[in-house]
Design a binder for this molecule. Sequence first.
Ligand SMILES: Nc1ncnc2c1ncn2[C@@H]1O[C@H](COP(=O)(O)OP(=O)(O)OP(=O)(O)O)[C@@H](O)[C@H]1O
Ligand SMILES: [Mg+2]
Length: 510
Amino acid sequence: MSDPDELLRIEGIRKTFPGVVALDGVDFDLRRGEVHVLLGENGAGKSTLIKMLSGAYTPDGGRILVDGRETRIHGAQDAERLGIATIYQEFNLVPDLTVAENIFLGRQPRRFGMIDRKTMEADADALLARVGVDVSPRARVRELGIARLQMVEIAKALSLDARVLIMDEPTAVLTSEEVEKLFGIVRSLREDGVGIVFITHHLEEIAALGDRVTVIRDGRSVGEVPAATPEDELVRLMVGRSIEQQYPRQRAERGAPLLSVEGLTRDGVFHDVGFEVHAGEVVGIAGLVGAGRTEVVRAVFGADPYDDGTVKVCGDRLRRHDVNAAMAAGIGLVPEDRKGQGLVLDASVEENLGLVTMRAATRGGFVDRKGQHDAAGRIAGQLGVRMAGLGQHVRTLSGGNQQKVVIGKWLLADTKVLILDEPTRGIDVGAKVEIYQLINELTAAGAAVLMISSDLPEVLGMSDRVLVMAQGRIAGELRATDATQDAVMALAVSLPTADKDTDKEASRGH
Ligand SMILES: Nc1ncnc2c1ncn2[C@@H]1O[C@H](COP(=O)(O)OP(=O)(O)OP(=O)(O)O)[C@@H](O)[C@H]1O
Ligand SMILES: [Mg+2]
């Protein structure tokens, strides 16, 4: 008979999309009071699998059993009725509604037939306090930065009081502090008997939080192992080979300064920021969320204005707030919010990869379509973009593969100064190494790279120098080779003057 602790079981599930077999026989089960990690490369089928449980997709074959009974889950309401809540990898919030309206969408508390705003906002406030995020229930979702969006998604899922909680890369956009808070919540839900499906590309989180791991590769389950399994063994199961060197930085010869920033200030956001990035160099920017890192690079790229200071490329001063001028001067920016800013979701992989080069090419009055096609194919191959073909719409790529396309677009564009804002967010361990190798190639060819990263091992492992920002200022600079994570953190929290403006991130437009 069925095991009373088994919440759900998946047997031989299959799902095919035009041109892609996403799942080709996956088995999985979830018990009460456990964190079951789903591990696999970008495009392995993790998100597709959980979408069968949340009712977003129906399987082409195989069975789903809930409490031992075969069940069909059609749509979100079915899933909700079965006690299954999902936090999707791509956010599912309505930008023009408030935080509270999003949390209780479709289930707003009512009084005398009217939506009871007061109760709704008070309940939302309590949930937000529980996840430990400082955001008003009345704020519009469109005004929130990406980390806060994620915390609101989590609050929304908690409000459902589910028996099964599915989390698809919830930590990808969070900093270590927020991750710790989230882990606290997950542990207490586990104590209460909730079964949690947890997807992550951060291997260190597996032992810290998980109980069991199911590994999927190319749409098939390849094994189930304890969460305490050593990381290199997990990597081997996941990518089918071992990875020798996680951070293969090859230092290049340092040339002339390509990017020079002086006294850059935007009132209330960042102050007197100055640094140089030389040809052949990778300069990392570390800091906590809200330190102003993204704001600074967006200003350098011309996407946002600034009040004071100068930005020079190869000695030539750039007009402020002029993306076209920045691009013409050879600056590229891979933004942290790839969906919002980096991609045209309903265009093909090839069109997206060609977005920047196309501009340059048409300016000369001539587009080399064959050349574009070949170049797109080459870069997609180098980055290992998993797709049915160059014509596939970017919307239907897996999350990590979308991120590879954003990076590929700039790699193709012959960029002199490439700015990367959290470039490996959501990228699997194998593909990360490919991206690092491309960074090496760029610097070897004389480009300059400026990389924001909240992943300390990455920022130390792949940079030559690290700038640490705190509260809108550069708090210090370290040589990456002999800096420690502790030294970076000490600088990141170094400025004592509590800035009133902790809601900085919320003011950024998306
Ligand atoms: N709606 C769709 N139409 C066509 N192909 C799809 C669709 N959804 C997913 N796919 C394809 O199915 C495969 C599995 O994608 P999925 O999103 O499940 O990967 P994943 O394991 O979650 O990867 P990641 O770690 O990058 O998020 C990919 O090849 C993807 O392009
Ligand atoms: Mg996914």
